[in-house]
Design a protein. Sequence first.
Length: 286
Amino acid sequence: MNDIANKQLHRLVITEMGHAAEQATAQFYKDSDIEQYQYLATLESHTCDQCAHLDERIFYVKDKVEGLNYPLIHPYCRCTTVPYIKDLPDVQSRWYRGKDGKGHWMKNKDSSQNSNSLSFSEWKKMQNLPQLSMKLFRALPSGALNESMPNGRIRMDEHAKRYYQELRNSDRDNITNKIVKSTKLSTLVVSSALGHILDSKYSLRAINGGRKIQHFYPDYDMAQSLQRLLLNETLEHDIIMLKHEALEAHYMDDLGMFYEDAHRKANETYNYQKALLEYRKRRNKS
């Protein structure tokens, strides 16, 4: 048990140190008027699919959202970013962990001869490691966290809380426009759903009994859906979630229904949890 506790403490310390370092880097970008950054995933065999998918992608600093397109994507995330300025050369070398378990440096592609530098997928091919597929990760939710892991549910809840707050602090119009573009839903539906999820407060059942006026508790699966919507990697149940939340908001805000009744009625038309479970079943069979 002591070994498990020490391991969890180590992960917590690394996570908090990483969070502080990346926040300092983000502030440096803003103070230095750097407009864009490039995401660099850690080159090692057990890097999660979500981080690997972001490798080499370029984002605007103003669109930075921790947990979505900026580290830390998840607890114990070791990925980082570098400033991106068009026409300047890429980083000359990248660190990776070899099959021997030790760290090494390898020369990056010559940016004068290639439009892109060395990507995570190309590195995996060079190392003869299996390519990423959803099947390899079918036991895990897409954020590389799982309830069966030690303290898994706690970490999932913390990730959701942090991500919801990042969205609250972000440019809402920008987020809304991105989701409208990726889903083809109306601005009214998307803005109503986001406001319902992130901003609205209702009389809800409290954990210790009774009711209190509060936000909805951040939900990990919904946080993952919101991430995909913003990355334009939308799944069917993500759209169902938006429609459900917008309809539920109508029932509660316009018709004065309690949450339990509004949720049940919205499920008659758009059942997010049912669609999510059906998706997981299909994924596990693939």
